[in-house]
Design a protein around this ligand. Structure first.
Ligand code: SF4
Ligand code: SF4
Length: 349
């Protein structure tokens, strides 16, 4: 198997470390290219909560790319929020400022992608992701209840418009099935470079650590494997890695490390015990079912009949401001595109 390099660098001089990383993998010539930067914007969160990518890493990456002459877009699809859209979430996470004017609400225009051999035969992906020349992923180093850790492979779940993510969770409640879907989504558009934010992190028990590292490379599996070693766990507790190993998609012997793998002492991931997966799957199944009982509703008193929601709806479920709930897949693209915040989510049986 071809060698794949993983770089572990100090974050003290973040700008220099990021610039070196682009040079190390031969991606420094980006002048005139469309570069999409995808951080992890899970939900509204302050940078010191350590659950979203730190704005500093976004800021330094964007500055480097802009100086190199790239046409930069920054964006992510957070979980839908009935009180605010993506731009508000981005502002509260500190991403709007960090993006130096390059942030874009990518939840508005999904593009259908067909993958006939996959579990998901067709899926909607933000069009900006499909149209970019270079994709840079900036995941956060963190633990995750379903997938044990959420790093390089899982960060690509964010290329799916916000509301579709809970829908996919509900369609594939089993961890093994959901992990296969994650791999399929990763393979739709694998990043050209992934830089993991392992500067200030939090573990499954809420304990905080400051490893002050960034981990970079081109192969998401190799990066997840390295991060699992740093977290002190068996890497195959991450289900996507276990599947990749079983299917010969990944060989840890092919990783060439540049930098020291230092174990983060005391770091905890969700506790493993017999039947744990069944219990987590059962709880997730209920939570996502509850989530799916929310539906978009148009407030006609705020609606200016601009038709934006009709035009954006991937299932053509809106006609004359009336939503056909039999067609609606709850992607909430209509909610993101509405200029008057006339579309809200409401509980519907
Ligand atoms: S009406 Fe259309 S755009 Fe709105 S949530 Fe449903 S499927 Fe998505
Ligand atoms: S996008 Fe908003 S304002 Fe425009 S037609 Fe739809 S609900 Fe009305």
């Amino acid at each position: 198997m071809k060698k794949t390099r993983v770089y572990i660098k100090e974050s003290d001089n973040l700008r220099a470390s990021i610039a070196t990383l682009f040079h190390d993998i031969g991606l420094e010539k980006v002048s005139g290219k469309k570069v999409f930067v995808k951080p992890n914007m899970l939900r509204t969160a302050q940078p010191d909560e350590n659950v979203v990518t730190h704005p500093e890493i976004i800021s330094e990456t964007v500055s480097f790319l802009m100086e190199a002459g790239a046409d930069v877009i920054v964006g992510d699809n957070p979980a839908p929020n009935k009180r605010c859209n993506e731009l508000v979430v981005a502002e509260q996470c500190g991403f709007l400022e960090a993006a130096h004017g390059c942030f874009r609400n990518i939840g508005r225009y999904p593009r259908k992608v067909k993958r006939l051999g996959n579990i998901l035969k067709e899926i909607y992906v933000s069009r900006e992701i499909m149209d970019c020349d270079v994709l840079v992923s900036l995941p956060k180093f963190k633990s995750h209840q379903l997938t044990t850790m959420s790093i390089a492979i899982k960060n690509q779940f964010g290329i799916i418009p916000g509301g579709l993510k809970p829908y996919i969770h509900a369609l594939f409640p089993k961890i093994s099935d959901f992990s296969r879907v994650l791999l399929e989504i990763y393979n739709i558009r694998p990043p050209d470079l992934t830089i993991v934010d392992c500067i200030n992190i939090i573990d499954a028990t809420g304990k905080r650590f400051t490893p002050k590292k960034i981990i970079g490379g081109t192969n998401g599996h190799a990066i997840d494997y390295t991060c699992a070693l740093m977290a002190g766990i068996n890497p195959y507790r991450i289900p996507t890695l276990a599947i990749a190993k079983d299917e010969n998609l990944f060989d840890p012997m092919a990783i060439e490390y540049h930098g020291e793998i230092e174990k983060i002492k005391g770091y905890s991931v969700p506790f493993g015990f017999p039947l744990r997966n069944s219990i987590v799957e059962f709880v997730a199944r209920i939570l996502y079912r509850i989530w799916l009982s929310g539906a978009p509703v148009i407030d006609s008193s705020l609606c200016s009949r601009c038709m934006s929601c009709e035009n954006v709806c991937p299932k053509r479920a809106i006609r004359n401001q009336i939503i056909d709930y039999r067609k609606c897949i709850k992607c909430y693209c209509c909610l993101e595109v509405c200029p008057n915040q006339a579309i809200k989510t409401k509980f519907r049986l």
